[in-house]
Design a protein around this ligand. Structure first.
Ligand code: NAI
Length: 338
C-alpha cells in the first residue's frame, strides 16, 4: 500500500523529533516535505532524511498537492494562522501542536476555517493520551476501580537550570500555565470524562528573576472543580532540581491509582554508603518519547481510515478555554467560573 506522504513545518526542539519519527519509525508514512525559517535546521534535516521538497514559506508547502497531510510544530503564536492557511490552501489532514491557539478567538477562527474546507483529519498534539500508563488509568477509572472520583492530582515539573532558554521561549509560549498545564488538564478531562467548572490558583517567580519582567512565573498551583464534582490539583514548576517529573494520582471512594510515582530513567538501582539511588529522567522528550511516535502513527492511521482516538478540535478548544481561565485565576488569585 502507498505510504502516507507528510510534510512538516517547524524543525525546532519538537519538530525535529517529529520529523525523525516520521522518517524512521512510522512504516506507513513518508516525510516528503520540510519547512522552517531557520536555514541551518532545513539543511540538517534535508542532509539526513533527504525529503524531496524543502521550503522556507509554509504557504508554498501547503500548496504541494503530493502531500496527504501536514504536521505543524512551530511556535504556539503561529498555530492559528498556519491552521487557517492549511485549510484554505486545500491541505486534507492536519496535525497541529498544542496549544491550538493563544485565544478563544483564534480557536474559533480555526473552527470557521475548517468548516467547509477539505480537511478530513484534524489532530491536536496532546501526546500524553498515547501513554500506556494513562490509558490503563483511564480504563480502570471507567470500569469503576476507584469508585467515585474525588481528586485528581497532577505534578508537572521541568528541570532546573533553564533560565536562558525560558527568557527566549516565554514571550511566544503564553507563559507557564498556558504552555505547560494544558497537557495536565487534557489528561484530567479525558480520564474524568468531564470539563472543569471552577478554577482557582496562585503562583510566582521563585527561581528565575528575569521572568517577572516578561509577566511570566516559574511555579504555580491550581485547584479545580469538575462537572462530576471531582476536584483537581495541578502543580507546575520550571525549576525541578532532580530532573523532569510528571506524576498523576487519582483518588476515589474505593481506591487510588498512581502513574510515575518516581520518575526513574531506567531500572538500575545503585546501593552505596549514601543509601539507595536511582537516576531520574532529565527532559520531557525522554519521558514521553513513545507517545510522540504513537500520536503521529495514529494521525497516519486516521488518514487511512482508522477512527480518530487523538485529541481533536473540541479538545483543543477546551484546553485553551481552561488555560485562559487558569491563567487569570493564577494572575489575579481569584476563582474563575468556566
Ligand atoms: P522551537 O522554537 O524550538 O521551534 C520552532 C520552529 O518553528 C523552528 O523550526 C522555526 O524555524 C519554526 N518556525 C517558526 N515560525 C515559522 C514560520 N513562519 N515558517 C516556518 N517555520 C517557522 O519550538 P518548540 O519548542 O519545538 O515548540 C514548537 C511547538 O511545539 C509549540 O507550540 C510548543 O507548545 C509545542 N511543544 C509541545 C510539546 C509536547 O509535549 N507536546 C513539547 C514541546 C513543545
Amino acid at each position: 500500500m502507498a505510504k502516507v506522504k507528510l510534510g512538516i513545518v517547524g524543525l525546532g526542539r519538537l519538530g525535529r523529533n517529529h520529523a525523525a519519527n516520521i522518517h524512521y519509525h512510522i512504516p506507513n508514512a513518508e516525510l516528503i516535505a520540510i519547512c522552517s525559517v531557520v536555514q541551518a535546521e532545513l539543511d540538517e534535516v534535508a542532509g539526513e532524511m533527504h525529503p524531496p521538497y524543502t521550503y522556507t514559506d509554509y504557504r508554498e508547502m501547503f500548496q504541494n498537492k503530493e502531500l496527504d497531510g501536514v504536521v505543524i510544530a512551530t511556535n504556539s503564536q503561529s498555530h492559528c494562522d498556519m491552521a487557517i492557511e492549511a485549510a484554505r490552501l486545500g491541505v486534507k489532514n492536519i496535525y497541529i501542536e498544542k496549544p491550538l491557539g493563544m485565544t478563544l478567538d483564534e480557536v474559533n477562527r480555526i473552527r470557521d476555517a475548517l468548516q467547509g474546507s477539505e480537511v478530513k483529519v484534524f489532530q491536536v498534539g496532546y501526546n500524553r493520551r498515547f501513554d500506556k500508563s494513562y490509558q490503563a488509568m483511564k480504563k480502570k477509572v471507567e470500569e469503576g476501580y476507584i469508585g467515585k472520583p474525588v481528586l485528581i492530582k497532577m505534578i508537572n515539573r521541568d528541570p532546573a537550570g533553564v533560565e536562558e532558554f525560558l527568557l527566549k521561549f516565554s514571550p511566544t509560549s503564553g507563559g507557564l500555565v498556558f504552555d505547560m498545564l494544558t497537557h495536565d488538564y487534557d489528561i484530567a478531562r479525558w480520564v474524568l470524562g468531564t470539563d472543569a467548572t471552577t478554577v482557582y490558583g496562585m503562583g510566582g517567580v521563585y527561581a528565575y528573576e528575569g521572568l517577572a519582567a516578561l509577566g511570566d512565573i516559574d511555579n504555580c498551583g491550581i485547584l479545580c472543580r469538575f462537572g462530576n464534582g471531582a476536584m483537581g490539583w495541578f502543580e507546575a514548576t520550571r525549576n525541578c532540581p532532580y530532573g523532569y517529573h510528571s506524576e498523576t494520582e487519582i483518588f476515589g471512594t474505593e481506591g487510588c491509582i498512581r502513574v510515575c510515582v518516581t520518575p526513574t530513567n531506567d531500572r538500575v538501582v545503585y546501593f552505596d554508603k549514601s543509601g539507595v539511588n536511582q537516576s531520574t529522567v532529565q527532559w520531557f522528550y525522554e519521558y514521553w518519547e513513545p507517545t510522540f511516535t504513537a500520536e503521529i502513527q495514529s494521525f497516519v492511521d486516521t488518514i487511512i481510515g482508522a477512527p480518530q482516538v487523538a485529541a481533536g478540535l473540541m479538545d483543543g478548544y477546551k484546553a485553551v478555554e481552561w488555560a485562559l481561565a487558569a491563567k487569570k485565576a493564577v494572575d489575579e488569585e481569584i476563582t474563575v467560573h468556566l
